[in-house]
Design a protein around this ligand. Structure first.
Ligand code: 4FV
Length: 225
């Protein structure tokens, strides 16, 4: 999969993505990261990428021209995505959708935001990673890249598997335990030591459902079927 990123801070990438599973995916070429510097799509002496907001107000706004030029110069044909708090909330099902493409293009905002004509006339989707305000779209882009990379076949090794994990069925994950069987007096649930796989599966499903009901009742309304 090819992931293109448009940013004012290309030096931030790959950053944390170079470690662990995503790092392995990048090194193995299963995921290719192409990072573009927004300033490279300016033509004036000051390489201007932002300007004052029409209608007044604090802060600066990213200009449309460099962004339109950059996206039009892209190599891919997949969805163009603007990371913004105004976007649809990133969920595992949206991650699965993005991972189905051969390439995606991520636009990272900065300052107060991006000229609205980018959202209105250039991008295919606007995605938010959560209802809070960050200083830039680079961390949200890395979140998307991490979540999508995991689903690119071959990226997750045998020790990890994307099967029956959280949010697959809109359920939180069941509790995980490993050795020792007793730690500071806290014992691992007997059923997990029983070797009865059917019982273990039943226990895990009931734990996942119970947890979801208690911690994320909103997910219960999203249950498939
Ligand atoms: C954000 C989010 C986010 C808004 C202004 C960057 C900032 C600044 N992006 N999910 N939450 N972006 O806070 O995606 O330009």
């Amino acid at each position: 999969m090819i992931i293109e990123v448009l940013t004012l801070f290309p030096e931030l990438f790959p950053g944390p993505l170079s470690a662990g599973v995503t790092g392995r995916g990048l090194t193995a070429g299963l995921v290719t990261l192409r990072v573009h510097n927004l300033r490279d799509y300016t033509h004036d002496r000051h390489r201007q990428v932002d300007d004052v907001p029409y209608g007044g107000g604090a802060g600066m706004v990213l200009k449309p021209e460099p962004i339109f030029e950059a996206v039009r110069a892209r190599s891919g044909t997949g969805p163009v995505i603007l990371l913004t708090p105004q976007g649809e909330l990133l969920r595992q099902e949206l991650v699965r959708e993005l991972a189905a493409h051969d390439d995606i293009y991520l636009i990272c905002g900065r300052y107060e935001g991006v000229d609205e004509r980018v959202a209105g006339h250039l991008v295919d989707r606007e995605i938010s990673i959560g209802d809070y305000i960050l200083t830039g779209g680079e961390l949200p882009a890395m979140v998307v890249i991490d979540a999508v990379s995991r689903l690119v076949s071959g990226v997750l090794g045998s020790e990890e598997s994307p099967k029956d994990e959280s949010f697959d069925e809109q359920l939180l994950e069941y509790p995980h335990y490993t050795r020792p069987a007793v730690f500071e007096g806290y014992a691992v649930p007997e059923v997990l030591l029983s070797g009865h796989h059917a019982e273990i599966e039943r226990w895990r499903r009931s734990q996942a459902a119970e947890r979801t009901r208690r911690r994320r009742p909103d997910l219960m309304d999203r249950q498939p079927g």
